[in-house]
Design a protein around this ligand. Structure first.
Ligand SMILES: [Zn+2]
Length: 236
């Protein structure tokens, strides 16, 4: 038995709306994935940045310690030279060199101390930083698995809905086919509207009692105002 055209229109509306939503969900997928990947990348940079800072601080400490050693050796040499100087002028010049070297030594010692303190602080935070990075990776793995499952579900629903839609649309009478296709191409799921509480649900125009009676008995109508293909829906 062939269903009424209004029943076909109702089912086509339901299925085309559903397919439209599924397609939107599927299309959103790559954008969501990209933003999650960016978040993960940010976490990776924070983690790697932390390790990089520690490496840099250790290198700076080694370099400063090397300079300090050189400065101390130089200072010892200068102080030794001081003993053999006889001219007052040369003596003053040597003293000034010694003062400069002492200043440099003191600045290096301060810098090394500051580096050691910063290193201690960073090293103490490493466990927390590593934990955070591990958590970010675990979260991402869960997200990825769920996204894949979700995508498979959506695809399956899409395929089944499309098959069901095809079965309904095959039953559209020949004389309506061209008009139907044209409207659906132009308006998508918006090519249909239910009539509920006597109003077209597409444009909220009142539909005549006569048209409603005809819709209920399965006669094809489009809304005289918005042109949508109509079907009757129980007032709920
Ligand atoms: Zn309308």
């Amino acid at each position: 038995m062939t269903p009424l055209i209004t029943d076909i229109i109702r089912e086509c509306h339901r299925l085309r709306s559903h397919i439209h939503h599924l397609q939107q969900e599927i299309d959103r997928g790559p954008r969501v994935l990209k933003s999650r990947q960016e978040e993960l990348e940010q976490e990776r940079r924070a983690y790697e940045g932390h390790l990089e800072t520690i490496k840099r601080l250790k290198l700076k400490q080694r370099e400063d310690e090397g300079s300090l050693k050189q400065t101390e050796a130089r200072l010892a040499r200068l102080e030794e030279q001081l003993l053999s100087i006889t001219s007052a002028k040369e003596y003053q010049a040597k003293l000034s060199e010694i003062a400069q070297a002492k200043e440099k030594k003191s600045a290096l010692e301060d810098a090394i101390l500051a580096t050691i303190m910063e290193l201690e602080e960073k090293t103490a935070a490493t466990a927390e930083v590593e934990k955070r990075w591990a958590q970010a990776q675990a979260d991402y793995t869960v997200f990825q698995r769920e996204a894949e499952e979700r995508y498979a579900r959506l695809q399956q629903d899409l395929q089944l809905s499309q098959q069901e839609l095809n079965r309904w649309e095959e039953q559209i009478p020949e004389d309506l086919r061209e008009r139907y296709d044209k409207l659906v191409r132009a308006m998508g799921p918006d090519a249909f509207a239910a009539v509920k509480h006597r109003y077209c649900q597409g444009c909220h125009t009142q539909i005549s009692e006569q048209t409603i009676l005809e819709l209920r008995s399965g006669i094809f109508h489009r809304c005289f105002n918005c042109g949508r293909m109509l079907y009757y829906a129980e007032d709920a």
